[in-house]
Structures are given as C-alpha cells and as structure tokens.
Ligand binder design. Structure first.
Ligand code: ATP
Ligand code: MG
Ligand code: MG
Length: 378
C-alpha cells in the first residue's frame, strides 16, 4: 500500500493511477486543469501549476513515492520533491531527456547509435552542418518539442535563414540531424527497478500521421532478430542511464537493417498502450512495480495487436459505428476491439481522446478492420 503522487494530469497519469489502484495504492495528482483525466480517477487532485512550490510541498507531504507523467518538469520543483518525499526516478534522468543534445550524448555513451547530429549555434553553423549532412536534414529545438512541434525539415539550403530565424526564437539550443530514410519506425519500452532488474516489452512498429502517432503494430513486421536487437538496445540504455521506472526508446530502422535511436521518453508512452490487453503486464503496472521496487512483471505478448489512436476528429464517427452490431467483435475478420477513453470532455481536432486495442491472430486483419471502419479516413 501507500500513496503515489503523480506530477501531471493527462491520460498517462490516468492509466497509471487506474493500474496502481488495482494494486492497492492511493493516488494524488498535481495539475492545473480542473477535471483533468488523472484527477478524475485519483483519490485527490491538487489543482495548481507545475511550478507552484507550495503545491509541490503539499504533494510531497501526501506522497510516499512521486512520479511524473510528462518530462518537462521544472528542476526547482523536482529538487523540492526529492528533498521532501521520495522520487525514485531522480532528477538526472529528467535533466538528460529534457534536452536532445544531452540525451543523444547519453545514448552514445551507452554504446547505442543515434543519427548523425550537430549542435547549431548560428546560421553559419547551420549552413555548414546542412552541407555536411546533405538535404533533407532536420533542425530541432533541443528542448520543449513534441508532436513534431519545434522542428523544421530543410528541403533546400535556401531554407537555412528562415529555418534558423524561426527555431532560434524558442530560446533553447538547436540541433541538426541527418535525415534518416527509414524503412520503419519502432519503439521499445523498457523498465528497470531499483534492484537493477530490467525487462523490455516487445518492439512496436509505429505509424505516424502528421507527426502524431496513429498506430502501433505488434509484433512489428520485421525480422525477429531485429526485434530482439531493438529490445536489447533499449535494455542497454535503461541500464546505462540508471533508469528507474519506464524508458520509451523511439527508433528508426533502415532498409539495410541499421537501428538508430531517435529520442527517449522517461515515462509510459503512447506506443506502449497496446500492452494493456496484449501483454501479461501493462506498461502502467510495470511502471508502478518499478518505482515501488516490486519484482517486474512478465512482458510476454499474449496476442498480436494493433493500437490505433482516437483523436478529437475520430470521436463522432466512432460513436456512430458503435451502434452497429459486430463492430467491436468482428467475427468475420477475427478482430476484437477494446476501446479506451480518457474522460476528456471536448473532442478538439488532433487532441488525444482515447485509443483502441485490436486483438487478433494476424495484425493484417486488424489493419483491414481500421481501413474498413472509415473512422480514420482512407
Ligand atoms: P514526440 O511527439 O514523439 O515526442 P517530437 O516532436 O519529439 O515527437 P521526434 O520524435 O523527434 O519529434 O520526430 C517526430 C517524427 O519526425 C519522427 O517520429 C519521425 O517520423 C520524423 N523524424 C524526426 N527526426 C527525423 C530524422 N532525423 N530523420 C527522419 N525522420 C525524422
Ligand atoms: Mg519527443
Ligand atoms: Mg518522437
């Protein structure tokens, strides 16, 4: 038993609290939004900003263990929480993964490849690096980016001045990456506990639409040897960075079988939602186990699965479809659909509202189901 404090109020915290409550833990969250997805299912919500020092102190006083569900946690707040409660994940992991340059250096130090990159401090440096890496290449802000925000794909050297002027407004360092002509994007979520136990979930094949995750396919449609290599590499990163809890590793796989790490997230990850029904242990249960120093659960895959995201624009067509018999249990196709919703009231466009896990004996059947429903367009 005991109380777990969660910094952040989104869907990741919600699913974490739902899993942890089943294990006998109480939850308190800190989030500025009234009726936030995590707050709805927690025992208590402190409604305050993430940089509110008094609120952080209250969270610390109420919690035996504190975790976070997003990575841009204020360093000052983390220090208070560490002094006044127990933050098993520490501050170092956040510090590293909040900044693309620090993160890439840490991955390289673990002996794992990243795409060639360069720190950019001026327009001249950008031009020089772009000439070296070739076109296209990707300029990114070192901090604060998500869903492809804070990025510029340079398709010509003529774009150098505008790309530099636009992204340097963000007041963080910039990094240029070589463009990886990947065959597939993968992710692996690994967990590590304070006693040093490490386990990885099966690699997911991820498909993004407009830089937002659309579907995760498991098993990934790649050679088993490469699945294993990706899983090994994620465990290597978890051990090398001294991770406690989860670390999500996003990867590029090229045609010739080379893996590069794109980025890390030190928390549950959208591409790990498939574990909720398809694995013996969900990523959320695993995170609770890891931060509470319990033995890690089995990551065995019980069934092939496709996870598909429900964004705001998908909610109306979904509601319509739910009225059709055989929609959720499609016996003809052999697909069973498990719908998860996050309790968000307003279905704004592009907003993550929920996801569906499609359980099947063949992932192609689930992909056909997705296409046939028309919910996600053609
Ligand atoms: P997230 O929401 O995953 O945190 P983000 O804004 O941090 O996204 P990245 O994951 O770095 O962004 O990039 C978003 C997507 O852009 C990647 O999933 C990939 O499809 C593409 N991308 C990023 N970097 C590269 C690269 N170096 N080469 C090719 N494609 C890239
Ligand atoms: Mg990111
Ligand atoms: Mg990413």
């Amino acid at each position: 038993g005991g109380t777990i404090g969660v910094l952040g109020g989104g869907q990741l915290g919600r699913m974490l609290a739902l899993a942890g409550r089943n294990m006998g833990y109480r939850f308190v969250t800190l989030d500025p939004t009234p009726d936030a997805p995590t707050g709805q299912v927690a025992d208590e919500q402190i409604e305050a900003g993430y940089d509110d020092v008094d609120a952080a102190r209250r969270l610390a006083a109420l919690s035996d263990v504190i975790t976070y569900e997003f990575e841009n946690v204020d360093a000052h707040v983390t220090n208070i929480l560490m002094e006044e409660s127990y933050v098993p994940q520490g501050s170092q992991l956040l510090y590293t993964t909040q900044h693309r340059l620090r993160e890439k250096r840490a991955i390289e130090a673990a002996g794992v490849p990243v795409a060639p990159y360069a720190e950019i401090r001026s327009e001249a440096e950008l031009r020089e690096a772009a000439e070296l890496f070739g076109i296209p290449c990707v300029l990114k802000t070192a901090m604060g980016g998500y869903d492809g925000k804070g990025q510029w794909v340079l398709r010509s050297l003529d774009e150098v001045p505008e790309a530099y002027a636009t992204l340097s407004k963000a007041k963080t360092e910039l990094v240029l990456e070589q463009f990886i002509h990947f065959d597939k994007e993968l992710s692996v979520i690994a967990a590590r506990s304070p006693r040093g136990e490490v386990k990885a979930f099966p690699a997911a094949e991820n498909i993004h639409v407009h830089n937002i995750l659309h579907e995760s396919i498991v098993p990934a449609r790649i050679e088993v040897a490469i699945q294993k290599e990706a899983e090994e590499l994620a465990m290597k990163i978890a051990a090398s960075l001294g991770v406690i809890g989860l670390i999500a590793v996003e990867l590029f796989l090229t045609k010739d079988g080379q893996l590069y790490v794109n980025e890390l997230a030190p928390r549950p990850h959208n591409s790990g939602h498939y574990t909720m029904e398809a694995c013996r242990t969900s990523q959320f249960e695993q995170h609770v186990r890891a931060i509470c120093n319990l033995p890690l659960g089995s990551t065995k895959l019980l069934s092939p699965v496709v996870m598909v995201n429900l964004l705001g624009e998908h909610i109306a067509p979904l509601t319509e479809k739910l009225a059709e018999p055989g929609f959720l249990e499609d016996e003809q196709l052999g697909v069973s659909a498990k719908v998860h919703l996050y309790g968000k009231k307003e279905a704004k466009e592009k907003r993550k509202m929920g996801h569906i896990n499609l359980l099947t004996d063949d992932v192609e059947k689930a992909l056909t189901w997705i296409e046939q429903t028309g919910i996600w367009g053609k």
